[in-house]
Design a protein around this ligand. Structure first.
Ligand code: SAH
Ligand code: SF4
Length: 384
């Protein structure tokens, strides 16, 4: 067995690596490089994910020498929470510091039967969808797997501290960024979150939402997680107008890829459809949409446009939204009207952005959108 110190110098460029980026198998392989037995990885995994202990000194079944060595090769850093807002409807938004002055957001959305965490995969997004707040910012950086897992862990710890007795039951990659533009890190984070030695979250409870990066979509089926597609239009003409990616990957090919996903998994696809006043919200648009999707095993998720400064789009009236919903159902499509959550804390779909580029999001705890009921408090770091 190689002496520890000697081997460390050979890995000095990557040390200490972030624990949260490792699947159990990766950690076993990593520790092996330093001459450590397989079961060590399991011991550490248990401390962190079962007992939520990440202070190496408290890992009492590891020898003092090993604990000393571990400090040189592993860190347990989580992205610090720099703002935590709670909406009047129970939605919570967390703003994370992801270094170099950048921030990303995650949102917890409660409903009767589930607690969904919406997480970010990138800082900014290059897809430039016209209606999306995140899309206004160019991609600054893709998040690492530990930054993605870290969002979950921070929120998980915060909920435990609040003592509400609820745990995150579902994860949706519908925060900032295009997950399939960061596939390696997104699917690695899914492996970590799914691991039976870790969080043990069911794959059926994880949804990856994409604007339609066709060459990467097979990975969603491969990972056995749910697929959501931001369709947002009933024709190529309209889709290209609001989502530039449609010029590269048009509807026909996108829907073909959706069928392939269904054949591989047997799971219906969620089609997200943002209702933009006068553009995608008319009854005849509903008819065209249902026709477009007639061969696709899917459910439609209607999202009334969430307004943000300078978007140039408007939210349709409740009556228009209702008429659209009714028409799709009359035509036999399985359609859900997504309740808008967290508007008062600027946490609704497509409203997420970094405070650096969008200073108007800085003072949202006092924002007029939410009146005075929205709460803001600084986050207490988990005592690990
Ligand atoms: N990039 C991925 C996931 C993040 S966007 C994707 O596009 O699928 C998550 C969802 O928010 C998408 O369905 C998108 O269409 C929707 N969305 C973006 N901006 C919105 C807005 N202003 N109002 C309502 N929904 C919006
Ligand atoms: Fe990016 Fe999704 Fe926003 Fe489009 S909707 S800009 S893909 S985050």
């Amino acid at each position: 067995m190689m002496p520890m110190n000697q081997d460390i110098s050979a890995h000095a460029d990557i040390l200490p690596a972030n624990f949260y980026s490792f699947t159990l198998e990766d950690l076993q392989a990593y520790l092996k490089k330093f001459g450590k037995e397989k079961f060590r990885a399991q011991q550490i995994y248990k401390w962190v994910y079962e007992s939520r202990v990440s202070n190496i000194d408290e890992m009492s079944n590891l020898s003092k020498d090993f604990r000393g060595e571990l400090k040189n090769i592993l860190n347990f850093d989580l992205p610090p929470v720099i703002k935590h807002l709670v909406s009047v409807d129970g939605t919570q938004k967390f703003l994370f510091d992801v270094k170099d002055g950048n921030t990303v957001e995650a949102v917890v959305i409660p409903s009767d039967d589930r607690l969904t965490l919406c997480i970010s995969s990138e800082i900014g997004c290059n897809m430039a969808c016209k209606f999306c707040f995140t899309g206004k910012q160019k991609l600054k950086r893709r998040l690492t797997a530990d930054e993605i897992v870290g969002q979950f862990m921070q929120v998980h710890d915060s909920l435990q501290k609040e003592g509400l007795g609820r745990r995150i039951s579902n994860i949706v990659f519908m925060g900032m960024g295009e997950p399939l533009d960061n596939s390696d890190n997104v699917f690695k984070s899914i492996e970590v979150l799914h691991s039976q030695w870790g969080i043990n979250l069911s794959l059926k409870k994880i949804t990856v939402s994409t604007s339609g990066i066709i060459p990467e979509m097979y990975k969603v089926a491969q990972a056995k997680v749910r697929l959501a597609v931001s369709l947002n239009a009933y024709s190529d003409e309209v889709r290209s107008q609001v989502m530039p990616i449609n010029n590269k990957y048009p509807l026909k090919d996108l829907l073909e890829e959706c069928k392939r996903y269904y054949r591989a998994t047997g799971e219906k696809i969620t089609m997200e459809y943002v209702l933009l006043k006068g553009i995608t919200d008319q009854v005849e648009h509903a008819q065209k949409l249902v026709k477009l999707l007639k061969d696709i095993p899917c459910k439609i998720n209607l999202i009334p446009f969430n307004e943000h400064p300078g978007s140039g789009y408007e939210r349709p009236s409740d009556e228009t939204v209702q008429a659209f919903h009714t028409e799709t159902m009359r035509l036999g499509a399985q359609t859900l009207l997504r309740r808008t959550m967290g508007r008062d804390i600027f946490a609704a779909c497509g409203q997420l952005a970094t405070k650096i580029d969008h200073p108007e999001t800085m003072d949202i705890s006092n924002s007029k959108i939410g009146g005075t009921n929205a709460r803001s408090f600084s986050h207490r770091q988990p005592s690990l």
